[in-house]
Ligand binder design. Structure first.
Ligand code: SF4
Length: 335
């Protein structure tokens, strides 16, 4: 093993595609896990805005990119991500990532990419748009470069994403077999991601138009909560309900922890009606995000804050990236 591999700190890397405002599903699935990692002294966190990855599906909407990047950084900062404790940067400001992706792409067999289920899933889910492009097929190579360029040792993933990371690990292993141990093989850092359903009962998602946004104003939050489907057998107060199949109850688990046992019992007995149950949920969601919204408004009124944070992040990452790329170039006889 080279110094680069053996001396790597416990770096954690995770990125997020800037394709629109965050919703409660992102909050519970990503943001809270990033906050936990940032608070853990065992890790050095690298959180990046994956703007090149945004192109894999939104290459024809780049005019939206500046606003989405700005909005996402403000969301992260308002949520509590702290540039003093985590490196926050924008992927496209680190050109070394692109060169490493090009080099890794040369040694990645096409068959490995074609068998990635999410490639076919994306094609199917976005069948109304033409996204069958080289960028989408090759996104695991770019993802590998994102992790490897900062010598990331860990990547937070849910159970369902371990296979995605495994492909990055395979690419790194192939690179190390061919050219020597130049890259760090990342390990999955399993995180529990609670299932957050949207108003139609499916997984909360921007594209399904079933989401509650973290920036949504109170009136909109209340209207969206009112629109949630519930147990179809519970038509009125007095009817016994089945909280285990109700998306409103799934959100209560997350946002009403102190009341969840009572809600469950009262739903089952029929004592609680769905209208009151939803009002209670809306109260809790609104109050949970009040401090976030106030903090975000303050940050949004601070000129230059996003640019400053991203510039500082790039200043930290560029030397690390240059060092990694130099090792790879040398190992591949490009130095
Ligand atoms: S009372 Fe609440 S948990 Fe029970 S079915 Fe209605 S909305 Fe769902």
């Amino acid at each position: 093993m080279t110094d680069a591999a053996t001396t790597a700190p416990r770096r954690v890397v995770t990125g997020y595609r800037p394709t629109g405002p965050l919703h409660l599903g992102h909050w519970a699935g990503n943001v809270e896990s990033m906050l936990d990692l940032q608070a853990d002294p065992a890790y050095t966190c690298f959180f990046f805005i994956a703007d090149w990855h945004m192109l894999t599906t939104h290459y024809d909407r780049t005019e939206e990119l500046p606003g989405f990047v700005q909005g996402l950084v403000l969301d992260w900062l308002a949520a509590g991500l702290d540039p003093a404790r985590a490196v926050i940067y924008r992927q496209s400001t680190i050109p070394e990532v692109a060169e490493l992706a090009l080099l890794l792409g040369m040694l990645t067999p096409l068959g490995w990419l074609e068998r990635v289920p999410s490639f076919k899933e994306r094609l199917r889910d976005m069948s109304e748009r033409d996204v069958a492009n080289l960028g989408l097929l090759g996104y695991p190579v770019l993802q590998t470069a994102d992790i490897a360029i900062v010598r990331g040792a860990y990547v937070p993933v849910g159970e369902d994403q371990v296979a995605h990371l495994e492909l990055s690990r395979e690419i790194v292993r192939r690179c190390n077999r061919l050219y020597g141990e130049v890259l760090v093989e990342p390990q999955p850092l399993l995180s529990e991601t609670p299932l957050i359903p949207g108003s139609d009962g499916r997984k909360m998602s921007k594209s399904l138009d079933n989401a509650i946004g973290v920036r949504d104003e109170e009136d909109l939050v209340r209207a969206t909560v009112r629109s949630f489907v519930t147990d179809p057998q519970k038509l009125r107060r007095g009817d016994p309900g089945r909280p285990e199949i109700c998306p409103v109850f799934a959100l209560h688990r997350k946002f009403s922890p102190a009341d969840v046992d009572r809600i469950e019992a009262d739903c089952r007995s029929g004592a609680l009606g769905c209208v009151d149950c939803k009002t209670l949920l809306a109260d809790h969601v609104v109050s949970a995000f009040e401090p976030f919204r106030a903090r975000r408004a303050e940050l949004a009124a601070t000129p230059g804050i996003v640019e400053e944070v991203l510039a500082e992040g790039a200043r930290t990452v560029r030397p690390i990236a240059a060092e990694t790329l130099a090792l790879v170039r040398e190992a591949m006889h490009f130095s």
